[in-house]
Design a protein around this ligand. Structure first.
Ligand SMILES: *[C@@H]1O[C@H](CO)[C@@H](O)[C@H](O)[C@H]1NC(C)=O
Ligand SMILES: *[C@@H]1O[C@H](CO)[C@@H](O)[C@H](O)[C@H]1NC(C)=O
Ligand SMILES: *[C@@H]1O[C@H](CO)[C@@H](O)[C@H](O)[C@H]1NC(C)=O
Ligand SMILES: *[C@@H]1O[C@H](CO)[C@@H](O)[C@H](O)[C@H]1NC(C)=O
Ligand SMILES: *[C@@H]1O[C@H](CO)[C@@H](O)[C@H](O)[C@H]1NC(C)=O
Length: 349
């Protein structure tokens, strides 16, 4: 048929049901419905049922109607065509009086009739179903979280435009001003929740969700509220740079802090512990409640004694791993321990 070329993407669902639709002034009882599924963005056209290229048409009217709308979109009389609706996309094919969409969009979903030569009834109702990308899903909500993952949940799109959601893509942003990243986090099906793993402790995150159907990806949802993952004890240890006696009863120790992203909470400072290597008593502790301090002198030590000195960082959750060196106070002879050169870390001696 003449209009088939433009109809490659359309498929007929059913064609002989009758329209139980009441349209003011137009009786549609027993008028057959032809139903087509088309994809948004395509250029398509649909025939005026009951007319052909050879019909004598002096007047013609195309109407569009849904449950809430009833609009005259095209009027043709005595060789003049008036397109009253969406002129930039809709037109009348001059010879055949078919309705052209260039392109068709989701809002064109609905029913169309064409009334020829002032006839009171159309020969058919054209029912168009336009498939499109889904609307955006609802804003994701954080339902639960730990230091390493977040449970997200969201509402499905309000309109999927006649193509079910296949899965969702979760976008993630690190920090308050970071970039949005699509790190390949997708749901296994169209469930509307996701456990986002692989997060870092005590870090700021936010999320957006995209719905995907066969037509493509939706626009992203609104972004979630910011979330800060829970703290963990620090995972990094300071590096001891020097440790040596400054008198026969004092040891000077200096260090470099660990990477800040291994603190896993608020950086509160350092704990220095020291004990005589050979004695079985508990270590003494010194708390330095200032993360900017990088050295300390331990005093009131015994002379000519080996000490194990450890330095660890702490946050409200607890202490990180310690770095330990062996240092000696002395009475004679030079003794200077530079841990950086032998880089020994003893944990339990
Ligand atoms: C529809 O027609 C317009 C104008 O002729 C053209 O630019 C566009 O590529 C066509 N779209 C499709 C999907 O064929
Ligand atoms: C996250 O979701 C999983 C699976 O539903 C559940 O087992 C877990 O308890 C949730 N975690 C939190 C912190 O809410
Ligand atoms: C999710 O998939 C199921 C099964 O394919 C389908 O019935 C349902 O409508 C889909 N949900 C959405 C929002 O597309
Ligand atoms: C460190 O110990 C050595 C050896 O006992 C001693 O000679 C030196 O005076 C001490 N250093 C300081 C700064 O007291
Ligand atoms: C060492 O500490 C433990 C626990 O704090 C305590 O029970 C013990 O008595 C201490 N030992 C010495 C020798 O101080």
């Amino acid at each position: 048929m003449w209009w088939c070329l433009d109809m490659v993407v359309a498929s007929i669902i059913f064609s002989t049901s009758s329209a139980n639709i009441f349209l003011s002034n137009i009786d549609l009882t027993d008028v057959p419905i032809e139903s087509y599924v088309v994809q948004a963005g395509d250029n398509t056209s649909f025939p005026c049922t009951g007319t052909t290229e050879y019909s004598l048409v002096t007047e013609l009217e195309w109407r569009f109607f849904t449950k809430t709308q009833n609009i005259k979109i095209i009027e043709y009389a005595k060789g003049n065509t008036i397109v009253a609706y969406k002129q930039h996309r809709i037109s009348l094919q001059s010879k055949t009086h078919a309705l052209n969409f260039k392109p068709i969009i989701a809002q064109d979903t609905g029913n169309y009739i064409c009334l020829v030569n002032n006839r009171p009834r159309p020969d058919g109702v054209l029912q168009l179903i336009v498939q499109d990308r889904p609307d955006p899903p609802g804003r994701p909500l954080v339902m639960g979280f730990t230091s390493r993952y977040v449970n997200l949940s969201w509402a499905a799109p309000s309109d999927v435009h006649f193509s079910n959601v296949l899965y969702y893509v979760i976008l993630i942003r690190v920090g308050e001003k970071g970039e949005w990243n699509d790190n390949g986090n997708i749901t296994p099906d169209n469930r509307t929740n996701y456990k986002m793993t692989g997060l870092k402790p005590y870090s700021v995150y936010s999320f957006k969700v995209i719905a995907v159907n066969e037509m493509g990806r939706s626009d992203p949802s609104q972004e979630s509220y910011y979330i800060i993952t829970l703290r963990e004890i620090p995972s990094g240890n300071p590096t001891i740079i020097t440790a040596h006696n400054t008198s026969s009863s004092a040891i000077h120790v200096s260090w470099r802090p660990p990477d800040l992203d291994t603190i896993n909470g608020e950086f509160m400072g350092y704990r220095i512990t020291y004990k005589q290597r050979k004695k079985e008593h508990n270590a003494s502790e010194i708390y330095i409640r200032d993360p900017d301090v990088k050295s300390h002198v331990i005093e009131n030590l015994e002379t000519y004694t080996q000490y194990l000195v450890s330095v660890a960082v702490f946050n409200p959750e607890g202490f990180g791993p310690a770095s330990t060196v062996l240092v000696m106070t002395d009475e004679g002879g030079e003794y200077c321990f530079k841990s950086i050169f032998i880089s020994l870390t003893f944990y339990l001696l």
